[in-house]
Each structure stands twice: as structure tokens, then as C-alpha cells.
Design a protein around this ligand. Structure first.
Ligand SMILES: NC(=O)C1=CN([C@@H]2O[C@H](COP(=O)(O)OP(=O)(O)OC[C@H]3O[C@@H](n4cnc5c(N)ncnc54)[C@H](OP(=O)(O)O)[C@@H]3O)[C@@H](O)[C@H]2O)C=CC1
Ligand SMILES: Nc1nc(=O)c2c([nH]1)NC[C@@H]1CN(c3ccc(C(=O)N[C@@H](CCC(=O)O)C(=O)O)cc3)C=[N+]21
Length: 295
């Protein structure tokens, strides 16, 4: 059997189209949604992300504010910038790119972002709201994964889902969203025993590990849906290429459906960031929330 390829790139274009329509409607009312992105230092994965984001933010008609800070920027200066963005009425969404350099406490930075502008959904108040089933800003990568799963499978109710990875950015919020959709959720990590056998019980596998091509065909139950979050750069002759956490060549022979890397979760993450910014803008202005763009 050969898996259906879930085209995240095309799906993301559809989401951005909807975002663009909402932005146009807001602009008719004199409101332009604005997204501020803060990058400290030069993490290579983050640079790709920032570049793609800035371009697509403008394409959907939103305002983009990029703040590229030197790697030696002090925590104090970064917190001062966030305070300024919190107070700026033209900024509806704030994202501080992770990881930040070691001398900066990431938890402190995330806590400083106004929860209403926290389009990454990483502030503890949004984490708590999501975990208790209340209205929150939902992290972009898991939200994008959920949209693709719902589109592919319809209902997730009663399905066995294994999330590989327990980070605050991907693994944990992904598990929360799957649980909210009534999947039976297991979170696996580096200490999990017989992770391959565990994954073989899953109707849905979400891989968010950061290890190139770790999940191979013998981890996958025939017909399962596989979502590959990993973004890993590996050598390719003189250059490098991007691969996921799933061994796509083998896994796609067994899975029912699978996301590729690139062209899967990555583009959906950006589309969901734009969607969250529109949502935040509508909430800030007391307007009805955009339909079909929230979880
Ligand atoms: N496409 C996108 O939009 C995005 C992609 N990414 C990518 O997703 C991947 C994961 O990111 P992130 O969650 O931030 O990564 P982290 O490094 O924060 O977390 C990785 C998780 O994987 C677990 N893990 C590591 N090694 C193994 C192993 N051998 N077996 C089982 N579990 C293991 C770790 O377990 P433990 O906790 O026990 O150490 C940890 O929970 C990366 O490749 C990243 O680049 C990230 C964000 C967005
Ligand atoms: N606060 C914060 N929030 C994040 O969401 C966050 C972060 N920090 N730090 C870095 C990771 C990584 N990440 C990516 C998002 C999109 C692509 C992406 O667009 N990928 C495309 C294109 C890759 C390419 O251009 O080659 C693809 O997979 O097809 C990649 C990586 C978000 N992250």
C-alpha cells in the first residue's frame, strides 16, 4: 500500500486565502492586523521561519514588524521591547522566536507577552486555558496538525494517538488538542519503553522529536495517519536538505496517509500563525471571531 500524501503546502494556501479575506474585511473597517516577530541571535531554523513568515504576513495584507536583535542583547532590553509591543495598538500578535540565547530566561520572556497578543499560545495562561478546555490562543504547529488530521479523518473520536515528543511547543499542546477531540492519547519521549511497539498501536502518530528519519515503517500500523513535525537539516552532497523525524520513503509504504517534509506541517504552522493574529485582532476589537480559523 502507498500512503496518501497530505499536502500541507496546498492546505496552508487555502488557510491563508481565508485569512486574507478576513484581513480585507477588517481593513474596510479601518483595522489592519499587525504581527510583531522578535528574533534574538542567529538560530538557522528560526531564520528560515522568520523569512517565510515576514513575506506571507504581507501577502495576506497584514502589517509585519520584524525586530532582529543581536545575540548579545540583554534580557532586560528584550523585556523592554516586549513591553513596548504589548502597549502598541498596531500590534495584535507578538511572537518571540525560540530558542533564545542561553543568558536569557525563555520562561520569563514568554510570561512577559500579553496573553491576548500571544499568537504562539505559549504564555502559561493560554496553556492553562487550553488544558482546561477554555478559549485560548492555540500553538500554531499543533493547530496546523489538528486541521490536517480533521480534514483527513473527519472525527478523531476514539482513535488511538501517539505523540512522540513532550516539548511545551509541540508535543504537550498537540496531546491536549487530540484529547479535546476525544482521541485516546499517549505521549512518548526519550524514556519510553519499546516505543516502536507503542507506535504500532496508533491510528495517529505525530512525530515531534528532532531526530532525522527516526520513525520507520516498522513503527507504523498499516493504514495509520502519520504527521511529521520534524525539521532536520542533513548533509546532501555538497549541500544540505530538509528531512523530517519520519523515514518518509519506508513509512509511506505502510501508512494510510502521511505529511511530507518539506511541504507538510511547516507551511501550516505559518498559516496558523497568521490565523491566530487575525483572531487576536478580532478579539482586541470586540468583533466576531473568524470562522474556520480557530480550533
Ligand atoms: N514544522 C514546524 O512548524 C515545527 C517543527 N519543529 C521541529 O520539530 C522537532 C521537535 O521540536 P521540539 O518539540 O521543539 O523539540 P524538543 O527538543 O524540545 O523536544 C524533543 C522531544 O523529543 C523527545 N526525544 C528525543 N529523542 C528521542 C528518542 N530517541 N526517542 C523518543 N523521544 C525522543 C524528547 O524527549 P525528552 O523530553 O525525554 O528529552 C523531547 O520530548 C524539531 O525537529 C523541530 O525543528 C518544531 C516546531 C515547529
Ligand atoms: N516561538 C516560536 N514559535 C515557533 O513556531 C517556532 C519557533 N519559535 N522556533 C523555530 C520553530 C521551527 N518552526 C518552523 C516553522 C515553519 C517552517 C517552515 O515553513 N517549513 C517549510 C519550509 C522550509 C524551507 O523553507 O526550506 C516546510 O517544512 O515546508 C519551519 C520551521 C517554527 N518554530
Amino acid at each position: 500500500m502507498t500512503a496518501d500524501i497530505i499536502d500541507g503546502k496546498a492546505f496552508a494556501a487555502t488557510v491563508r486565502g481565508k485569512v486574507g479575506e478576513h484581513v480585507a474585511r477588517l481593513k474596510e473597517q479601518g483595522i489592519t492586523p499587525g504581527l510583531a516577530v522578535v528574533l534574538v541571535g542567529e538560530d538557522p531554523a528560526s531564520q528560515v521561519y522568520v523569512r517565510n513568515k515576514g513575506k506571507q504576513t504581507l501577502e495576506v495584507g497584514m502589517a509585519s514588524f520584524e525586530h532582529k536583535l543581536d545575540a548579545s542583547t540583554s534580557e532586560e532590553d528584550l523585556l523592554a521591547l516586549i513591553e513596548k509591543l504589548n502597549a502598541d495598538p498596531a500590534v495584535h500578535g507578538i511572537l518571540c522566536q525560540l530558542p533564545v540565547p542561553d543568558h536569557i530566561n525563555a520562561d520569563k520572556v514568554l510570561a512577559a507577552i500579553d496573553p491576548a497578543k500571544d499568537v504562539d499560545g505559549f504564555h502559561i495562561s493560554n496553556v492553562g486555558l487550553l488544558a482546561t478546555g477554555q478559549k485560548a490562543m492555540v500553538p500554531c504547529t499543533p493547530l496546523g496538525c489538528l486541521m490536517m488530521l480533521r480534514d483527513k479523518l473527519g472525527s478523531l473520536s476514539g482513535l488511538n494517538a501517539v505523540v512522540v515528543g513532550r516539548s511545551n511547543i509541540v508535543g504537550k499542546p498537540m496531546a491536549q488538542l487530540l484529547l479535546r477531540d476525544s482521541a485516546t492519547v499517549t505521549i512518548a519521549h526519550s524514556r519510553t519503553k519499546d516505543i516502536e511497539a507503542l507506535c504500532r498501536t496508533a491510528d495517529i502518530v505525530v512525530a515531534a522529536v528532532g531526530r532525522a528519519e527516526m520513525v520507520s515503517a516498522d513503527w507504523i500500523k498499516p493504514g495509520a495517519t502519520v504527521i511529521d513535525v520534524g525539521i532536520n537539516r542533513v548533509p546532501n552532497g555538497e549541500k544540505t536538505r530538509l528531512v523530517g523525524d519520519v523515514d518518509f520513503a519506508s513509512a509511506s509504504q505502510v501508512a494510510g496517509a502521511i505529511t511530507p517534509v518539506p511541504g507538510g506541517v511547516g507551511p501550516m504552522t505559518i498559516a496558523c500563525l497568521l490565523a491566530n493574529t487575525v483572531t487576536a485582532c478580532c478579539r482586541a476589537n470586540g468583533l466576531a471571531e473568524p470562522e474556520g480559523l480557530t480550533a
